[in-house]
Design a binder for this molecule. Structure first.
Ligand code: SF4
Length: 386
């Protein structure tokens, strides 16, 4: 059956076939078994992979070195769906925010942060993309636009992978001024770092996220090494423990935003299910298993969590976990009352925490002038923001 580009079911895993119905959701070894099942040589997996992930084709008939019979089989079994670019907004610091429309007309966002000496509060010569993993979010963190309209659905692996490919294609088109051209010079603009920090709680979509990262991680594909991937979670303790046991060396960032249950619960409803007594042991086990430094994200919100009494708790926690604290001044969200602290207050919090012995950075935030906080562009597009 031909996969229709407008049939929302075509983006879900089809259990009776045993393979994802979207080609870019297939793992490399799955291509080998599928090819064998349709009496085609397994070595074609490399060709298919190259067309899908390096040449970034949009239709099977662009794969010019594949035999006609195989092309027919591929067309019958797998769709290739690219997200439609609804809008791209730029900021004065060259960050770009993309609003994509998916096959079922759901909107998601990605944020592209080009190589820049001040990306994410520290030096970086690498291009970073922040991607979404769900449409909306069920976790309702009080500072976040993505949670305002609730959760709609999980993204499948191909929809996560497609965000990277679509942005790389867009970056090529900007330089070439030819939208469909795949530049031979693409290496220079290739996305090297991923932060899984866009719309959605990544660890609530665990299986599709891991599938997508394994596709992106493959050496013959894009490829983005696990060490260059940061997964950010609101603090789902059981999934953090599960992630600790995966073979890949992903980096972990946790949205902490409060170092006591009292403060954290005001900001993060998830803290009622996984309070610090559950979250901290999960983080300890991640650090022990992985030996990786964890980042504690801390959005500074005026009058909510920027009081200096929070600092001893935060410093103690960061030191015991050997974690780095990333202070992020709050981005105002339409429809929410909270505001960012003054620059003086931000600096005072930063300096006091540093003096308390914590490893800390203060993000001089990129993308502030284009609503870079996740979910805001989507809310505007769908008329859900105030
Ligand atoms: S911060 Fe993340 S987990 Fe919290 S509501 Fe926003 S998208 Fe969901």
């Amino acid at each position: 059956m031909l996969k229709s580009a407008t049939d929302p079911k075509s983006i879900r895993m089809t259990e009776e076939e045993g393979y994802p119905s979207q080609a870019r959701g297939m793992l490399y070894p799955e291509w080998g078994s599928w090819l064998a099942s349709v009496n085609q040589p397994r070595y074609r997996a490399g060709h298919i992979w190259d067309w899908l992930h390096r040449k970034k084709i949009r239709r099977w008939d662009e794969a010019s070195n594949l035999p006609k019979k195989l092309l027919g089989q591929l067309q019958e079994s797998f769709g290739i769906y690219d997200p439609e670019l609804v809008r791209v907004e730029g900021s004065s610091d060259t960050t770009r925010k993309f609003l994509w429309r998916l096959e079922d007309r759901a909107n998601i966002e990605s944020v592209w942060i080009p190589a820049n000496p001040a990306s994410f509060g520290k030096s970086s010569s690498r291009t970073t993309l922040c991607v979404s993993t769900q449409v909306g979010c069920a976790y309702g963190c009080k500072f976040c636009a993505s949670g305002l309209a609730g959760w709609k659905r999980d993204l499948d692996a191909s929809e996560i992978v497609n965000q990277i490919l679509a942005v790389e294609r867009w970056a090529s088109s900007q330089e070439n001024d030819k939208k469909d051209e795949v530049s031979a010079d693409a290496e220079k603009r290739r996305i090297q770092n991923l932060v899984i920090m866009g719309m959605g709680e990544p660890l609530a979509n665990y299986d599709q996220l891991l599938r997508a990262l394994r596709i992106l991680n493959h050496s013959e594909g894009i490829p983005i090494g696990a060490r260059r991937v940061t997964i950010s979670t609101s603090g789902l303790a059981p999934q953090i423990e599960r992630l600790a046991k995966e073979p890949e060396q992903f980096r972990l960032a946790v949205s902490l935003h409060g170092a006591t249950n009292e403060t954290r619960s005001k900001i993060m409803p998830v803290n009622r299910k996984y309070p610090l007594e559950k979250l901290i042991p999960a983080l300890e086990s991640y650090r022990e298993e992985r030996g990786k430094m964890i980042t504690l994200e801390y959005i500074l919100i005026a009058g909510v969590n920027d009081h200096l009494q929070e600092i001893p708790h935060l410093a103690k926690l960061a030191k015991s976990l050997n974690a780095k604290v990333n202070l992020i001044p709050y981005n105002r969200v339409d429809g929410l009352e909270w505001v960012r602290p003054t620059e003086e207050r931000q600096e005072l919090f930063y300096e006091t925490l540093k003096s308390a012995g914590a490893r800390v950075t203060l993000r001089r935030e990129k993308g502030h002038d284009i609503n870079a906080a996740c979910g805001q562009l989507r809310l505007k597009e769908e008329g859900l923001g105030k």
